[in-house]
Design a protein around this ligand. Structure first.
Ligand code: M6R
Length: 590
């Protein structure tokens, strides 16, 4: 969702801000803007609606001068997608410009008061209130102490309000965090403040991950304050082990395709978990009376698959819960409960809300995340990381595969069969490249057979959540209506939709579900449906066949197959798979 970036240093700010904005694009946005303090010491600002490149063609962001500036990608919540609602916003006296990530809940009341005091608003956003509130308070404080004023604002404002304030007089950026992430990049005589590490990775991998209510003042130096005490603090400087290359397309037409192909390498790293942390996680899950495993979207599909493997491999019940549905279970949660949060970004608001509520009941929170320093990671009593590198495409692919591998490894760990688990999962990893070699077959199938208005996917047992993930991906990026169901459910409803010409992807792993799957396939074929089988065995009942290598836990190998199918369908239909309409990478609103 919204992305913020600020720069102060010796170089011209606008080209750096422009490049960094491009790296925030993947978060999802509808408009963008840049403000700098120019050579005359004035705030200059350009913004517009649409993709960064097309706005730049109209306004020429790089023509902005000055060595300090802030920029923003907006994903509309309050106020229509219009240029006047794009950030940055300035105070009436144009001493300050501000960009914001989050939702200011009490903006209506605050705005009323500010209007009464004579402030003129130019937008319908919640954000603009912040810059006028700071201006108002500064006027009553002889424009002296911005840190004190930001402290007061942090007490009055409600909601999520991470922001960057550009001060033209002091030539400083005030980077304040409340709920939405904010990371300070420490370069060579230059500083960055951003929602996302990847936006400044090209310049530095040294970073301070701000905590809530921390404020970094950036000029020739970077001083961090805890505004709840007003005191300076010595923050921890982290070295980020991601590279700028990992966050680039590296010659692939889309990030999504690159990230699917990266699974071959990434999966090895995902299984190389720190043995001490892994053991500790296994122990907590083993000893827990109740486990709720929480996620949204694709990560929730990983939770579903985990609940099946935990049951089958370890005989352990864990309850998969959608982040947004967590409240339904709140009265079952107590101090003996473990909440296991699964999230690529570590910032998903639905999951975070569940975590906060569960903590009120004394539950222990553990997590599996990809982004180091993310809020979910920091709210957890213990965590494991995916080690998947930055995932840029909105559609989650390599992170899902890593989640599934690690969760399955944990299931083996709970069963005291860690070595057997490692062998089985390494066997999967060793044949992933063979699955990637299916791309030509899949392009042809996508063109000739699957490019329809409706698709059905069936699976049973562990292949059912995989079918659900395939359904999600096909809808998300190909904009095709898809429906995944457990094979046994067909006869209860969806068989009514099976008529000649209907296409169904059947996931048939070589396990105990195979005979039942064949039975379900026959029910579809009897009504004229055609079957594309994904299996290690070419069964007579298939009209088309996608061969995967024979391994233990074959369902896992079907994941990249479905990811590639959705990718090729998206491209064939003229969509941009990296930027599905209306969707954002990191969903930080409820
Ligand atoms: O970052 P998270 O894993 O918490 O994100 C959860 C969902 O928003 C995410 O998986 C979403 O469904 C993907 N875009 C699907 O490809």
């Amino acid at each position: 969702m919204c992305g913020i970036i600020g720069y102060v240093g010796k170089k011209t700010a606008s080209p750096i801000l422009y490049d960094s904005l491009k790296k925030l694009e993947y978060r999802g946005y509808d408009s963008c803007g840049v403000a700098t303090v120019n050579g005359d010491g004035e705030i200059e600002l350009k913004k517009g609606v649409g993709r960064i490149e097309s706005v730049d063609k109209k306004v020429d962001f790089k023509s902005l001068t000055g060595k300090i500036g802030i920029a923003h990608t907006r994903w509309a919540t309050h106020g229509k997608v219009e240029t006047r609602n794009a950030h940055p916003f300035t105070s009436c006296n144009r001493h300050y410009a501000l960009v914001h990530n989050g939702i200011l809940e009490n903006y209506v009341e605050l705005k009323k008061e500010l209007v009464k005091k004579g402030h003129t608003f130019t937008s319908s956003t919640d954000t603009e209130v912040l810059v006028h509130l700071i201006e108002e308070k500064m006027a009553h404080d002889d424009n002296s102490n911005l840190i004190k004023i930001i402290t007061e604002v942090s007490q009055e404002a409600k909601g999520a309000f991470t922001f960057l304030l550009l001060d033209k007089v002091r030539k400083e950026i005030y980077a304040f965090r409340k709920d939405s992430p904010l990371i300070i990049g420490l370069g060579d005589n230059e500083f960055f403040a951003s929602s996302d590490i990847t936006s400044f990775l090209e310049y530095t991998n040294k970073a301070i991950i701000l905590e809530n209510y921390q404020l970094a003042v950036l000029n020739e130096d970077c001083i961090v304050y805890d505004v709840s005490t007003g005191l300076k603090i010595k923050p921890k400087v982290s070295t980020i082990d991601w590279t700028a290359e990992q966050a680039s397309k590296s010659g692939y037409p889309h990030f999504m395709l690159k990230e699917i192909f990266e699974e071959v390498e990434i999966s090895k790293h995902s299984l190389e978990q720190d043995p001490v942390k892994l053991k500790a996680m296994i122990e907590v899950l083993k000893k827990s009376k109740k486990v709720f495993i929480l996620g949204s979207g694709t990560s929730y599909r990983a939770c579903l698959l985990a609940s099946i493997y935990f049951a089958q491999i370890a005989g352990k019940q864990i309850t998969p819960v959608l982040g947004s549905e967590y409240k339904t279970y709140q009265n079952l949660v107590d101090k003996d409960t473990v909440i296991f949060a699964i999230s690529q970004s570590g910032e998903t608001a639905d999951v975070l809300e569940g975590i906060y509520l569960a903590k009120e009941k004394g539950a222990r929170v553990v997590s599996l995340v990809n982004v180091m320093g993310s809020t979910i990671m920091r709210e957890s009593d213990q965590y494991l990381t995916l080690n998947a590198g930055p995932e840029i495409a909105v559609a989650s692919t390599k992170a899902f595969t890593s989640q599934v591998l690690i969760l399955t490894l944990l299931a083996y760990g709970l069963a005291d069969k860690l070595n057997e688990g490692k062998d089985n999962l390494n066997e999967i990893v060793s044949v992933l490249d063979q699955v990637m070699n299916l791309s030509e077959t899949l392009v042809k199938l996508a063109k000739d057979v699957l490019n329809k208005d409706d698709l059905y996917l069936i699976g049973r047992g562990s292949s059912y959540p995989v079918a659900m993930e395939g359904e999600l991906k096909i809808k998300e990026i190909a904009y095709i209506h898809a429906d995944a169901l457990a094979g046994g459910e067909l006869k209860h409803h969806t068989l009514a939709l099976i008529v000649p010409g209907v296409t169904c992807l059947a996931l048939v792993p070589n396990d105990q579900t195979k005979d039942d799957m064949i039975n379900n396939i026959m029910q579809i074929k009897a009504r004229g449906g055609e079957i594309i089988g994904i299996s290690s065995e070419n069964l007579d009942v298939f009209d088309y066949y996608i061969p995967i290598p024979q391994v233990h836990l074959e369902s896992i190998l079907m994941i990249p197959v479905l990811q590639m199918i959705s990718y090729y369908l998206s491209v064939i239909r003229g969509n941009d798979p990296d930027f599905p309409r209306n969707l954002a990478k990191s969903v930080t609103v409820l």
